[in-house]
Design a protein around this ligand. Structure first.
Ligand SMILES: [Zn+2]
Length: 225
């Protein structure tokens, strides 16, 4: 990590969407190249605007997707929706408020936690207990992806043994959406599993990601055995 300084790694999530697609195809016996083409065509259809379509073609599908690249907020939103439409069908749910109910954004969040725990964010996961990961490691990930200002406004409240509430303040975060929150449910769920939690349950009890403000705090209730 040395030498990377304060660089944010938000682009790593976008990179992770394509690796998720590849992994999903391999696990479900789908043709990777053909499915990838279908997702790209669906993203272009959803993008509608010619400038956005050109951006997808030049900077996302054909340009290098770097961990440190900062993408406009609509890129991940359109990608997640395109993935869901192609992998699960157009009517598939795009959000979930519980780790008991899956959807593509939730699975994409889980996948990124597994992948990042073994690569870019390994130090934030390795050797951590679930408590330690939730209260420190997870916030280190938020710091590296969204910056100190964003992570600094979040907090974890201890409710009881193996029971916490994670508060995330979306103030000033244009990409916040119920879909991104669903990737968060998946990320926290998988992060807990990776650090040894048994039967974790993540419930997104309060979602204000799409509220106009000023209060845009999202709350995740987290338990395990
Ligand atoms: Zn939310």
């Amino acid at each position: 990590m040395s030498g990377q300084g304060e660089e944010k790694l938000l682009g790593d999530f976008v990179k992770g969407r394509f690796l998720f697609l590849e992994d999903f195809c391999q696990r479900n016996g789908l043709d990777v190249a053909g499915t990838n083409r279908a997702v790209q065509a669906e993203a272009l259809r959803l993008a509608e605007d010619p400038a956005r379509q050109a951006f997808f073609r030049d900077q996302v599908f054909n340009g290098p997707v770097l961990a440190t690249t900062l993408y406009p907020e609509w890129v991940d939103r359109i990608l997640l929706q395109a993935l869901s439409n192609i992998l699960k069908g157009p009517g598939a749910p795009l959000h979930t408020t519980s780790s008991k109910v899956s959807c593509i954004p939730f699975e994409a969040g889980r996948f990124n936690a597994r992948r990042q725990a073994a690569s870019v964010f390994r130090p934030f996961f390795q050797g951590k207990t679930p408590e330690n990961w939730l209260t420190h490691g997870f916030f280190m990930v938020l710091r590296r992806c969204y910056g100190d200002g964003f992570a600094g406004k979040g907090k974890v409240v201890e409710v009881g043994p193996n029971h916490y509430q994670v508060h995330i303040d979306n103030d000033g975060v244009p990409q916040a959406s119920r879909m991104e929150c669903s990737t968060g449910v998946g990320y926290i769920y998988e992060g807990l599993l990776l650090t040894g939690a048994k039967d974790p349950l993540v419930t997104h009890t309060q979602c204000r990601s799409e509220s106009p403000g000023p209060d845009r705090v999202c709350i995740y209730d987290v338990t395990w055995k």
